[in-house]
Design a binder for this molecule. Sequence first.
Ligand SMILES: Cc1cc2nc3c(=O)[nH]c(=O)nc-3n(C[C@H](O)[C@H](O)[C@H](O)COP(=O)(O)OP(=O)(O)OC[C@H]3O[C@@H](n4cnc5c(N)ncnc54)[C@H](O)[C@@H]3O)c2cc1C
Length: 444
Amino acid sequence: MHPDTQSLKICILGAGMGGLTTALALARVGFSDITVFEIASSLGFVGAGIQMAPNMARILDRLGVWQDIAKEGVVLNETSIRQGSTDSELGHVDLKYIRETYGYPHMVGHRATLAGELYNGCLRESKSITFKFATTCEDIKFGPRPSFTAIPRKDGDPYEVECDVLLGADGVKSSTRVAMLQALDVVANVQDTNQAAYRIMLTREQMSNDPELLALIDADKVIRWIGEKRHLIAYPVSNKEIYNISTTQPDVNFAAAPSATYTTKGSKKAMLDVYDDFCPMIHRMLELVPEGEVCEWKLRVHEPLPTWVHGSVALVGDACHPTLPHLAQGAAQAIEDAAVLGVVLSHLPNNATPSDINKALKQYEKVRKERAETLVELAAASGRGLHLGDGKAKEERDKQFAALKAGKGPVPDKWADADVQRKIYGHDCVQVAEDLVKAESNSA
Ligand SMILES: Cc1cc2nc3c(=O)[nH]c(=O)nc-3n(C[C@H](O)[C@H](O)[C@H](O)COP(=O)(O)OP(=O)(O)OC[C@H]3O[C@@H](n4cnc5c(N)ncnc54)[C@H](O)[C@@H]3O)c2cc1C
């Protein structure tokens, strides 16, 4: 890359999975002036697990951080979908083929490890990447050189920042998205999914007196227990020292809350009541959550945006494609965004103009938008299928589960379906981006 291009000033708002990976991807292709602004005073990731599918692993490996993440991860060899009320198995899928087919196994890990290793990767590029924690960014403007006001929480006065490229990786509540839609005079709203999630981590020690629960943490298995409008999904993380459970249920606690509220301390009794008709083992598991440590998350998505790009500003991750977690692809898709930004911006010409930057960001949008939005839709559809109550649709779904048991047909839990996996894991976004850039430069 030409030194003029290398020294373009790039600002990233948000140090979540999307922002961290974007910073790392851009530093790795040679950009040397990258600043990441983050409201929180540190990485501050929730205590929760995360599924790390091969399409995520492939990118993180190329960025040099996967080996350290995988060290502590757990390889999932199988998945089981069960009736929540009885614990009887509806469907079982062998996941061992994934490593052979896609080059990486389906792994699960701790979010803090994933984020921590991405951050360590950025620190190794400290000549190129600067972090400004405890800094809120507001008042985003879209000129030939975008700008915003950075407001440090403690030390110093607010200051203006002008840059060549501004990337809004500021999550589902993105201020960059709000500013962009305003500038474009477009209305697109955050959508209420009417769903909420409890996120729970139990230690091996907490489970140690219950052989049935110990068997869960010892297995290389992700289990989803389903019921009408609800489910739990669980798997071991952190070298099987922690059992991670994430639930989905109708939202009652946030229903009246303003859209600014996304998490709340939950009531243990309310949590137990939601899963009242689930099997005794699940009750024993939920009983282990210490009183006062129940945390509930509101699940929100967004209407598809007309564009992710305006001038030299682009949106990344949940800022432009927040999703329900039912395909376990939200962070993976943010990481794909980052990798593609690395490709398209690395091909900028010498002395790149705002119009060159806009063209590159439009290439990013071309590679990413349709794919990410398709997966958001698929995650929602998978949730609808899993949450069916009695009736014709559920009978049809259960016929599919029965056929699966007999060895044929699609998996109603879409993330575990081989055709869906081919579409998600078999896609090499870096290659697709390289091909697009090449094709467009040949035709220019
Ligand atoms: C229950 C649940 C389970 C999930 N499971 C999985 C899974 O198994 N696999 C998977 O791939 N994904 C999963 N996801 C999705 C995944 O967590 C998200 O899609 C992903 O974390 C989004 O990353 P992001 O960087 O885009 O946004 P965030 O992680 O939200 O990061 C945005 C950052 O921007 C900062 N910020 C916001 N506004 C500003 C501002 N104005 N100035 C400066 N900083 C700002 C915020 O503080 C935050 O740190 C799950 C999600 C949920 C809710």
